[in-house]
Design a protein around this ligand. Structure first.
Ligand SMILES: [Zn+2]
Length: 264
């Protein structure tokens, strides 16, 4: 059992019949095709986020062809890590803390010593964090051979892929681990979401990482469906960082503009 309540008995198999995988295999029907393409300077890379955010890259490393598979942190754990990174105030130091803590976020029995924890620059404002294994390739291999070589890593990847729904278990154990490692992960005392007051677009306002409404707390004081809830939706309330945790974060790294404020 992991910090996320994950067991090895998770649903099997990341699909290989998705459009992005079909397009990849149409472009590179054989491993030899992929090796030739990358040797010619072409980017051989596939990103899929249908079941989980994963990336397969074929590269030349030390003059030898390799395949790298990376599974990125997602969902609640991603929000915990990225809000903690913003709260930390020193992105480089925070990344080192996160990378050091990541092995402890997966079930110890499923950990594989050949997996490395990585951070990558993204196309957005925040980095990606992921678990990666690298396998040697040769032109005589088939993609089925690559899948066979990947087998030892699948229990770990599947546990992370399908286990993150157990966020209730994850919050206390995994967040505790991240905090103990030195990452100021702050939760809202009302809604439980991970929040930061150092968001690049809303500095000084406690927000969560939500596409639709990061500023307004989703916690409702009134019974769902009641007229009081109906009336209060228009105004909403700000997130309320759990005082003790926010205080520890502020003590670890002084926060600026930390007071919640309501934007007009
Ligand atoms: Zn909230």
């Amino acid at each position: 059992m992991s910090a996320f309540g994950i067991t090895a008995a998770s649903p099997p198999e990341i699909g290989r019949t998705l459009p992005e995988w079909e397009a990849f295999l149409a472009s590179f029907p054989t491993v030899a095709d992929a090796i030739c393409a990358v040797a010619a300077g072409e980017s051989v890379e596939l990103f899929s986020n249908e079941h989980a955010p994963v990336c397969r890259r074929v590269l030349i490393s030390d003059s030898e062809p390799v395949v790298q598979d990376t599974l990125y942190l997602d969902m609640d754990l991603r929000e915990a890590v990225l809000t903690g990174l913003l709260n930390h105030g020193d992105p480089q130091a925070a990344q080192a803390v996160i990378l050091g803590a990541m092995p402890g976020l997966v079930p110890a029995a499923l950990w594989h010593d050949d997996v490395v924890c990585v951070s990558e620059a993204s196309t957005g404002a925040l980095p990606r964090f992921g678990y990666r294994y690298t396998l040697p390739l040769s032109g005589s291999m088939t993609w089925a051979d690559v899948e066979s070589l990947s087998e030892p890593f699948m229990p770990l990847f599947e546990a992370l892929t399908y286990g993150l729904d157990g966020a209730a278990d994850a919050d206390s154990a995994a967040v505790g681990l991240l905090r103990d490692a030195g990452l100021p992960v702050v939760t809202c005392a009302a809604c439980g979401r991970f929040v930061t007051c150092r968001h690049p677009e809303w500095p000084g306002v406690w927000v969560c990482l939500d596409d639709e409404d990061p500023i307004r707390c989703t916690y409702r004081h009134h019974p769902p469906g009641s007229v009081e809830e109906f009336d209060s939706i228009d105004i909403g309330t700000p997130h309320r960082p759990e005082p003790a945790v926010a205080g520890r974060a502020a003590a670890a790294v002084p926060l600026v503009n930390a007071a919640p404020r309501v934007t007009r």
